[in-house]
Design a protein around this ligand. Sequence first.
Ligand code: HEM
Length: 151
Amino acid sequence: MKGFLGTGATFGADFNLVVQLIMGTALIAGAHLAKQKRYKAHGICQTTVLLLNLLMIGLVMWPSFQQQVKPALSEVFHEWYYEAAAIHAALGIAAELLGLYIVIVAGTNVLPQWLRFQHWKWWMRTELVLWTIVLLTGVGTYCAWYVAPFR
Ligand code: HEM
């Protein structure tokens, strides 16, 4: 199905791009909530984005990676648009796993003490920086795949 941004992208890619930019904005707003010491609202906001992103990975990015990138990796890894998507996917998996770990430590008591971190700010800031890098490499992947003159 054709997308709606006029770039030649699929509907899924355009939808994912818009949702990802909104979610990135929500994460920054969520970080401000923590600054204002509104920790409950902060937790709900960041956890919602993290879980919604699992849905976007499962619906759009994982299938697209399996179809478009994985088969090409062995043969044409030197082509940078496959490289960009592969780097994006690897960092994206790391960001999602780190986010899930943070939510489990911050929101539950299921992990034993030795698996729990103490420096909450450090872990959450690191996650926000990593997420931003993943978002930018995702936008880079979109440009490489669908926007002239990158194609
Ligand atoms: C923090 C997590 C992630 C963020 C913020 C993110 C963000 C983005 C953005 C903004 C795009 C451009 C829109 C698009 O082309 O669909 C994109 C595309 C893509 N991402 Fe991610 N992503 C994340 C995780 C992942 C993961 C875990 C994978 C690996 C399976 C992945 C693989 C891809 C692929 C293959 C595309 C191109 C999809 C297409 O255009 O058909 N991403 N991502």
